[in-house]
Design a protein around this ligand. Structure first.
Ligand SMILES: N=CN[C@@H](CCC(=O)O)C(=O)O
Ligand SMILES: [Mn+2]
Ligand SMILES: [Mn+2]
Length: 307
């Protein structure tokens, strides 16, 4: 049972020199001390404690691989790779502490950091890292997820199902949480009751299917009343066709184009206030043709490359 930091791997991928200097892919943009950065959280402990199917520990490597060959956009931005925090066995709390400290340090050097999970226990570390960097800020939490993840920690402690209850326990007065894309049948009434008691904003998957812009007003309001926005994307918010490689695939899910629209909207509205985002629950062992990693990489690319 231990926590280690590993160096960033070397990024490699396809090269197209015959097409000239504009034929750039993301692996060619990785450089130290860039404004944007990624860091990985290689951890199975949260999903294991939550009785899910494990494999999220391999998420960061699969995401890097899927990112590497994506084409760079016009006006591409360089980004840094800060390596991984690796949790072996059940050392979840120590891993979350290490990641939170790494995030707080990174946010003084980089203007946007994208954390590659890990299960949704990543979020408890992400939030604490952002809070350490900005102790006095009002932080709005936007979670794109089929699940509310408001379970209470059990005897073993937190898990991938508890991050937002744990965040609230740190400071109930300042808790400001909006969950977008939840599936009614994937959350018990106990969790909905808790969400109501804690003033959680909710936008249902069905509402986003009939109107892709259904969450935009609630998102605008969240951004307007906070100094910082923490965006956390649980890839199981998408349908199992788009995201089979997760612990808990969604039978229905929100369409990818709608999630892309939402991420673009958050970036445009929040600007510099969106300093931290994470992508969680990718489980490569169940990922047919790497489609889930490719999907998650589209979202990570947008977060890294957009101003
Ligand atoms: N990260 C959270 N996951 C879901 C998992 C549900 C399931 O395994 O079916 C939750 O706890 O609600
Ligand atoms: Mn989740
Ligand atoms: Mn989920």
């Amino acid at each position: 049972m231990s926590v280690t930091r590993t160096q960033a791997p070397e990024w490699t991928g396809r090269l197209d020199p015959e097409d000239g200097s504009d034929a750039i892919r993301l692996h060619q943009l990785v450089t130290p001390d860039a404004k944007r950065a990624v860091i990985g959280f290689a951890c199975d402990a949260g999903v294991k404690r939550n009785k899910g199917r494990v494999g999220a520990k391999d998420g960061p490597a699969a995401l890097r691989q899927a990112l590497a060959n994506l084409a760079a956009p016009q006006n591409a931005l360089a980004f840094s790779d800060l390596g991984d925090v690796v949790v072996t066995g059940d050392a979840l709390e120590a891993g979350q502490d290490t990641l939170a400290n790494a995030i707080a340090d990174a946010l003084s050097l980089h203007d946007r950091l994208v954390v590659l999970g890990g299960g949704h226990e990543t979020a408890f570390a992400s939030y604490q890292g952002l809070r350490k960097r900005y102790p006095d800020a009002r932080i709005g939490i936007l979670n794109l997820d089929a699940h509310l993840d408001l379970r209470l920690p059990g005897e073993a402690g937190g898990s991938s199902g508890t991050p937002f209850a744990q965040i609230r326990a740190l400071d109930p007065e300042r808790f400001d949480y909006l969950c977008v894309g939840y599936a009614e049948e994937a959350n018990t009434q106990a969790l909905f009751k808790r969400a109501q008691d804690w003033g959680v904003g909710l936008v249902r998957d069905h509402d986003l299917i009939s109107d892709p812009l259904a969450a935009n007003r609630a998102i605008s309001e969240l951004i307007a009343r906070n100094d910082r926005v923490y965006l956390t994307i649980d890839i199981d918010v998408l349908s199992h066709c788009q995201a089979p490689g997760v612990s808990a695939p969604a039978a229905r899910g929100v369409p990818l184009a709608t999630i892309e629209q939402i991420v673009g909207f958050v970036i445009a509205k929040a600007g510099d206030r969106l300093a931290l985002a994470d992508l969680v629950e990718l489980c490569p062992a169940y990922d047919q043709d790497g489609v889930t990693a490719k999907t998650a990489a589209l979202l990570a690319r947008r977060l890294l490359m957009s101003v």
